[in-house]
Design a protein around this ligand. Structure first.
Ligand code: PLA
Length: 410
């Protein structure tokens, strides 16, 4: 039998749908219209609509390239030691007692997603409770990452479409009803997709409830510095949970706050009760990582470490980060003003109340489809728009599109 005449051994493979977020970019790339606008994926753009490489990143990269003593040997399984130390300090604070007491283990992972996945695999192997509660709604990849790692995913109420704000009572009720020991995924700041965060007082109540029930916090910190413009302020929720001496996991990403998207730089930290436990936990994290990708890439983490360890570069980074955060905030005001000026039906004040990279507009899937078809504006079908993809030039187009969508599509 000549095998090249038979059916493919993959004949039964069905075509999978595109990813709900990254698939938006695929559709955008196919659109020949010159005025097309991609507000799908959360990727920062300049006022000129161009991707941005931070000056400080360019400088650090140049420094590394010029240093001929640098080699490209494998990193250890847990990654670059210096990067791990500095990443822990960045999220937990320079004088975090947990770090000083050696109760934190930090491993370099493939950006935020890889850090979540490694953390989830570790929990599935070594933690007694396999249920993880994620907010409703949340980043679309969360349920997939946790399910495939072997955890069982449940949701807790988070957002109220009526108030376009936090459903705080729903959140408390659902966490209260969770089995003791369950894992709870928390967005450290700038909740994706809603742009709605608990207040510090609400965080404190969440902390008390979770600690009293022995729920295990797993923080996803993908936007540190992007919400408020301040790295410390955006880490407050995490630090609140660490300062009570309890345990938690934190996944960090440098994709957004350092613009390192494609370099895949991130870290997973596990804060433990004692230094002894932290050592044992780290030894098991290595067993998770080694068969998955052996060890992480060296380039991006070296850039991040060079910036974090040098006080001048660090300062330069904070200034550039603040400028990105401020530009996003100014886009909120511009879009809100443009809708007001058009007399667009509805209350749009949530655009200026929400924080971080996204606005959860409240537009429905039909309205989104209309905006894509008629205005070549691309966004996720849940009505989320990336404010970071907007500029002064494109605000009027978006406002026209929203105005037309809510006036003609119900
Ligand atoms: N966690 C949250 C809450 C995120 O929003 C994202 C990225 C990640 C983790 C993972 O980021 P990383 O692996 O690149 O570090 N969310 C984006 C991109 C920006 C995406 O979907 O991959 C988004 O548009 O929602």
């Amino acid at each position: 039998m000549a095998s090249d005449h038979g059916d493919s051994v993959f004949a039964n493979v069905v075509r999978a749908p595109e990813d709900p977020i990254l698939g938006v970019t695929v559709a955008y790339n196919k659109d020949p219209s010159p005025k097309k606008l991609n507000l799908g994926v959360g990727a920062y753009r300049t006022e000129e609509g161009k991707p941005l490489v931070l000056n400080v990143v360019r400088r650090a990269e140049q420094m590394l390239v010029n240093d001929t003593s640098r080699v490209k040997e494998y990193l250890p399984i847990v990654g670059l030691a210096e990067f791990n130390k500095l990443s822990a300090k960045l999220i937990f604070g320079v004088d975090s007692p947990a770090i000083q007491e050696n109760r934190v283990t930090t491993v370099q992972c493939l950006s935020g997603t890889g850090s979540l996945r490694v953390g989830a695999e570790f929990l599935a192997r070594h933690y007694h409770e396999h249920t993880i509660y994620i907010p409703q709604p949340t980043w679309g990849n969360h349920p997939k990452v946790f399910t495939i790692a072997g955890l069982s995913v449940k949701t807790y109420r988070y957002y109220s479409p009526e108030t376009r704000g936090l459903d705080f009572q729903g959140l408390l009720d659902d966490l209260n009803a969770a089995p003791s020991g369950a894992i709870v995924l928390l967005h450290a700041c700038a909740h994706n997709p809603t742009g709605v965060d608990p207040t510090p007082e609400q965080w404190e109540q969440i902390r008390q409830l979770m600690r009293s029930k022995g729920l295990l916090p797993f923080f996803d910190s993908a936007y540190q510095g992007f919400a408020s413009g301040s790295l410390d302020e955006d880490a407050q929720s995490v630090r609140m949970f660490v300062s009570d001496g309890g345990e938690c996991l934190v996944a960090q990403s440098y994709a957004k706050n350092m613009g390192m998207y494609g370099e895949r730089v991130g870290a997973l930290s596990i804060v433990c009760k004692s230094a002894d436990v932290a050592v044992r936990v780290e030894s098991q994290l290595k067993l998770v990582i080694r068969p998955m990708y052996s060890n992480p890439p060296i380039h991006g983490a070296s850039i991040v470490a060079a910036i974090l360890k040098d006080s001048h570069m660090y300062h330069e980074w904070t200034v550039e980060l603040k400028a990105m955060a401020d530009r996003i905030i100014s886009m909120r005001q511009k879009l809100f003003d443009a809708l007001q000026a058009r007399g667009t039906p509805g209350d749009w004040s949530h655009i200026i109340k929400q924080i971080g990279m996204f606005t959860f507009t409240g537009l429905n899937a039909q309205q989104v489809a209309f905006m894509t078809k008629e205005y070549h504006i691309y966004m996720t079908s849940d009505g989320r728009i990336s404010m970071a993809g907007l500029s002064s030039q494109t605000v009027p187009l978006l406002a026209d599109a929203i105005h037309a969508a809510v006036s003609t599509v119900v």
